[in-house]
Write a protein that binds this ligand. Structure first.
Ligand code: A1D88
Length: 259
């Protein structure tokens, strides 16, 4: 199983478990995470959600092979019903508190998804990146809105226009993560924070989260629509094909022939 889910003591834990592919996320994995989140939404026994990777890798982002093989529109399946949309909609719309524990690399959607979590803990080996422009793509799932809001435009531009990677301390300074911890303390600390949420009155947690998010919900939905229309087209363009092919051929992409 490339995604492990478990429920215990009020916490739904979702764990990336595809370490041989650096936890790169396939459609099947997005669907498993979406289904777990949708189920949690109506399960009163779940009072907090914890998303974790492995000590050496959070996730390498979307599986690039999946991007190459499964990006064309499918007859009868609206684009926003694809598993990645179902997952991000369920995460962004979750009324339950979501805690993420990040160690190792968090690439692409691996960093974007953190902007939709509530408490984000990073190990001192965490490394974040959103290399969309390097892949011939553009930001997705409201990162073009939320990152400039968090970090300010000039710093967000380094991360989104150039796709520069950044370490845990910078992520903390930018406001993307709540706290940086030594790697061995990350998972137990995140679990303890989730347990604190479980012990608090669920109605209070729901109300607080909803109030904190309400002023930006409409903008997030609108931005996701604009981003994802562009993203879907760019996935099928030759620049992305060159980037994905270059990754698997272990060479630098050559974008010089594209205007
Ligand atoms: C809507 C969502 C959008 C997005 O998420 S866009 C972002 C897409 N992701 C990426 O562009 C990241 C690609 N991966 C990497 O840059 C690197 O990996 C890492 C920095 C994450 C790790 O580097 P290292 O430790 O040197 O590992 P390795 O040798 O590159 O990878 C080990 C095996 O894992 C496969 N793999 C890694 N990432 C992906 C991926 N994203 N999709 C498919 N496969 C991936 C490789 O090919 C390789 O495989 P083999 O051992 O056969 O050579």
């Amino acid at each position: 199983m490339d995604i492990l889910t478990s429920k215990a003591e009020g916490i739904l834990t979702i764990e990336f478990n595809r370490v041989e592919r650096k936890n790169a996320i396939t459609g099947v994995m997005y669907q498993a995470m979406a289904d777990a989140l949708v189920d949690a939404e109506t399960d009163d026994a779940v009072r907090a959600i914890l998303i974790v990777g492995k000590p050496e890798i959070f996730t390498a982002g979307n599986d690039l092979d999946d991007f190459m093989k499964n990006s064309a529109p499918v007859d009868g399946v609206p684009a926003d019903m694809r598993p990645v949309f179902q997952f991000m909609r369920a995460l962004s719309g979750s009324t339950k508190p979501v805690v993420a524990a990040v160690s190792g690399a968090a690439v692409g959607i691996g960093t974007t998804l953190l902007m939709h979590c509530d408490l984000v803990y990073a190990a001192d080996n965490a490394k974040f990146s959103m290399p969309f422009s390097q892949l011939g793509l553009c930001p997705e799932f409201a990162s073009s809105l939320l990152l400039p809001q968090l970090a300010g435009f000039p710093r967000a531009a380094e991360k989104l226009l150039l796709g520069e990677a950044f370490l845990a301390q910078e992520a903390y300074d930018m406001g993307l993560v709540s706290k940086v911890l030594p790697l061995e303390e990350l998972r137990p600390y995140a679990a303890r924070q989730a347990a604190k949420l479980v012990a608090l009155p669920a109605a209070s947690i729901r109300a607080t989260k909803s109030l904190m998010k309400r002023s930006r919900n409409a903008a997030i939905t609108e931005t996701m629509g604009a981003e994802n229309a562009l993203f879907g087209a760019m996935l099928l363009a030759p620049e992305a094909k060159e980037a994905f092919t270059a990754f698997f051929e272990k060479r630098k992409p050559d974008f010089s022939k594209f205007a």
